[in-house]
Design a binder for this molecule. Structure first.
Ligand code: 2P0
Length: 324
């Protein structure tokens, strides 16, 4: 049988998604805005198999088990329902980075899986349909269907279709992202469980959801006009407010380690020294720093020396998912 191959890049949200309006349909309660990053990629092969039985799923060289395998199978079932056929499949997925460490592995993985499996079963889906389908597996994956800067709107419970779309960026605003690795261990509470717990128990969750739409409008405008200072301010507020809400859950969610805090202080010092650099942190202890591409070296020199920063991955703006 021929093998269908797709490659997708990870993305990091400048305005964070944290909370669902409809867990069954996997709809976000807040809009998010991300940058697709070229340095972190997942390549997924899907081959149709003869006969009945279980799918064969191999992730980063190891047969997938438990929840990871279940999420892939459920997604293939979803695709099969649309295609009207559900053959047994062999899925091989390889990422260039550690899974489940706050490096957006489910974003690139489910974007690539959706595109490769759609091709394998003969579904010719446009970008909107691919994004909607990827979103049902993992909301951040909807954004990885596109390159550049991407918005995933919020949607009320019961919405049937929700896709991400690219947003314009001012010409001349050449951005890079430096990813400060402080740990590559899997996090103890995954994003999905973390956001469920936050919504159920954090007294700040409602306020988080309420303030998010206006913040996204500001971020979109700043990106379009090339105002990095304003974009960075919104980005840092989004990260800190998301984590403040998560920390206030019961039991509290603390995704940071000591180096996360050191790095945040170092970014602020860098800015006082005249380099426009802004941080964000996802559901893990690694810190991502947005800056102009021309400042990459200065950012590396300053932040590579921070205690607990193991290494830095430099990323540029990535492309949308590609089917080979
Ligand atoms: C984001 N995160 O906007 C936020 C910030 C993590 C922190 O999207 O439940 O794995 O599969 O839809 O997409 C991670 O959440 O969650 C995420 P599901 P997903 O990037």
């Amino acid at each position: 049988m021929p093998v269908s191959v797709a490659v997708a890049c990870a993305n990091f949200a400048l305005c964070k998604y944290w909370g669902k309006s409809d867990p069954d349909r996997n709809l976000p309660a807040v809009p998010s805005l991300s940058m697709t990053v070229d340095a972190l990629r997942t390549r997924t092969n899907v081959e149709l198999l003869e006969g009945q039985g279980e799918d064969r799923i191999v992730i980063d060289g190891r047969p997938a088990t438990g929840e990871a395998a279940r999420r892939v199978t459920v997604h293939l079932d979803r695709l099969g329902r649309i295609a009207g056929v559900r053959p047994r499949m062999a899925v091989t997925s390889d990422s260039t980075f550690a899974a489940a460490a706050g490096l957006a592995s489910s974003a690139s993985a489910f974007a690539a899986l959706t595109a490769a499996a759609a091709r394998a079963v003969g579904l010719d889906l446009g970008a909107d349909a691919l994004s909607d389908l990827a979103r049902q597996a993992s909301a951040s994956a909807a954004r990885s269907v596109h390159g550049g800067f991407v918005e995933l709107p919020a949607a009320p419970s019961g919405t049937d279709f929700l896709a991400a779309h690219p947003v314009p960026v001012a010409s001349g605003l050449e951005l890079g992202m430096s990813i400060l690795i402080t740990s590559e261990s899997p996090k103890s509470v995954g994003s999905r469980d973390g956001m469920t717990r936050t919504a159920a128990t954090s007294p700040y969750h409602e306020a988080w959801v309420r303030q998010a739409p206006a913040e996204l409008v500001s971020a979109r405008a700043a990106l379009a006009s090339g105002d990095l200072g304003e974009l960075g301010a919104v980005m840092e507020r989004s990260a800190l407010r998301m984590h403040a809400s998560a920390m206030a859950a019961d039991p509290g969610l603390l995704y940071w380690n000591a180096a996360t805090v050191e790095a945040i202080h170092a970014v602020r010092r860098l800015r006082e020294g005249g380099v426009e650099a802004y941080f964000t942190v996802d559901a893990g202890p690694n810190v991502k720093v947005l800056h102009r591409r021309v400042d990459s070296e200065r950012v590396r020199a300053a932040l590579g020396a921070v205690a607990g920063v193991l290494r830095i991955i430099e990323a540029g703006v990535g492309q949308g998912v590609e089917v080979a």
